[in-house]
Design a protein around this ligand. Structure first.
Ligand SMILES: [Zn+2]
Length: 483
């Protein structure tokens, strides 16, 4: 398979990448605005759009559009000379359960009209169906993926073929789908069937679906989260390894009078101020936006791209985790999504870069960050003998052979690591939360257990007492010091 995706930078599981298509290279993460077939997309360049997505099935269904698309090509039809992805009609299939086209026909059609990224006609399984039904639909989807792969030659065809991962909300089916699709071999993997989860704010399920798919795909493959267009989910989704988004949301939300922001959704009717400085919001009043759905949609698109740029900069600075922690404050269910994510910490740790510039403790979920897990797993690398002092302050009246400082959530760390990431340059609140203390105490116990011949003395404040109970019961000497 040709290498069409190159990763430039990464943080958590997110990355900045370059995806090569027949109409140029795009930088990910990015958003593909959804364009009605046959409409002029050229004005979208001003928003930072690099790639658009349009519906091949709707183009096919209309005799006029179909003829034009075949004769002049999709790019001419949309007045867009950069990359275009096409959707196969799966969504229409989901909405109306019945469409009149065969998989092979729509795949060939996408190639014929010059789509840069084409998709087979997968079945977007609903989220409330039985496992048996979901498996049956998935088997059909996988057969169509195989059929499409046989039609589109990876080396000869210009069109990138995407293999959509389905499987409803069942973890085993998502895993199976990802493994099977990987065997067939695609250049891009959309994760499909997630719109109903987002509509119902079921972010824990969304996180599970993404991870069960993602963790069974080649780590270097680009991922498209099909149907995710709200800027408040971008940071979380990128941190989970998603590279492409599509947005019909910017117009759909505008038609319902909704003003998008990475912090959530506002109703323009209820707003008094515009908390944004995009070209729309700096030149118009709330009243103008109330009267003009087009302006509202433009703001929604500007703010979506602003968030993508913010995410890219966060990846560069290795502060994506911190951004995600801010973004999940937008909705309690998003916070549940982050909690679900940290339950996969052992897996995420394998992707996360080892060296960053700073570690900011932003709440209980930070105790399960890759850096903390990694530190805990490496407590066995210290060669210790004699007396070890673990302390929150430098105490000169206790003799020691090795000095460890104590810092939640990491626990004990040797003096030499004071300047080393992640322990050294970490920014921890003055009063650490319960989870940070629990994690730190667990690491103290672990260090003690790893070094049975060493005599440990712990010198710390009374705040630690409840967390060190087990250690004290085991006979380790603890010296209480004043704050
Ligand atoms: Zn704005």
């Amino acid at each position: 398979m040709q290498e069409i995706f190159e990763i430039k930078d990464k943080d958590v599981m997110g990355r900045i990448g370059r995806l090569k298509t027949a109409h140029g290279v795009i930088e990910t993460p990015t958003i593909m605005p959804v364009i009605r077939p046959g409409t002029d997309a050229s004005r979208l360049r001003a928003f930072g759009v690099e790639i658009i997505i349009t519906n091949a099935y709707i183009t096919y269904r209309s005799p006029d559009l179909r003829e034009d698309a075949i004769k002049k090509g999709l790019h001419h039809l949309t007045n867009w000379d950069r990359p275009i992805m096409t959707d196969s009609g799966s969504y229409q299939l989901y909405e109306y359960r019945d469409i009149e086209i065969a998989n092979s026909e729509i795949v060939r059609f996408q190639r014929e009209i010059g789509s840069d990224i084409g998709v087979p006609l997968d079945i977007p399984s609903a989220i409330d169906i039985t496992h048996t039904r979901a498996k049956m639909e998935l088997d059909t989807t996988l057969n169509r993926l195989r059929e499409a792969r046989n039609l589109i030659d990876d080396c000869k065809d210009d069109m990138i073929l995407a293999g959509t991962i389905q499987g409803s909300i069942y973890p085993d089916l998502r895993e199976y789908a990802a493994k099977e699709a990987s065997k067939i071999g695609f250049d891009l993997y959309p994760i499909g069937g997630v719109v109903p989860l987002m509509e119902r704010y079921r972010y824990s399920d969304l996180v599970r679906v993404i991870l069960h798919s993602k963790l069974n795909l080649e780590p270097a493959s680009p991922i498209h989260l099909f149907g995710a267009g709200h800027p408040m989910v971008f940071a979380l989704a990128v941190a989970l390894g998603c590279d492409l988004f599509d947005s019909a949301a910017y117009t759909l939300y505008a038609s319902g009078g909704r003003y998008l922001s990475p912090m959530g959704t506002y109703f323009i009717e209820a707003m008094e101020y515009l908390p944004c400085s995009c070209p729309v919001c700096s030149r118009n009043s709330v009243r103008d936006l109330r009267m003009d759905e087009g302006l509202l949609a433009d703001h929604n698109l500007y703010t979506s791209f602003e968030e993508i740029r913010r995410i890219k900069e966060a990846i560069r600075e290795k502060r994506l985790w911190e951004l995600v922690q801010m973004r999940v404050q937008a909705h309690p269910k998003l916070l549940d999504g982050l909690k679900e994510m940290v339950s996969f910490a052992d897996f995420i740790e394998r992707f996360d870069p080892i060296s960053k510039t700073s570690f900011f403790y932003g709440g209980p979920e930070s105790s399960r960050r890759s850096e903390v897990l990694r530190y805990s797993n490496r407590l066995d690398r210290f060669e210790l003998e004699g007396n070890v002092l673990i302390t929150t302050k430098k105490r000169l009246d206790i003799e020691y052979d090795h000095l460890f400082f104590l810092k939640p959530p990491f626990g004990p760390y040797p003096e030499e690591l004071s300047e080393t990431y992640p322990v050294g340059p970490s920014e921890i609140p003055k009063t650490p939360d319960h989870e940070a203390m629990v994690t730190a105490a667990a690491n103290i116990r672990r260090l003690i257990a790893l070094n049975p011949k060493v005599r440990f003395v712990i010198a710390c404040e009374r705040d630690w007492e409840e967390y060190l109970r087990g250690v004290i019961e085991d006979g380790v000497e603890v010296v209480w010091i004043e704050r």
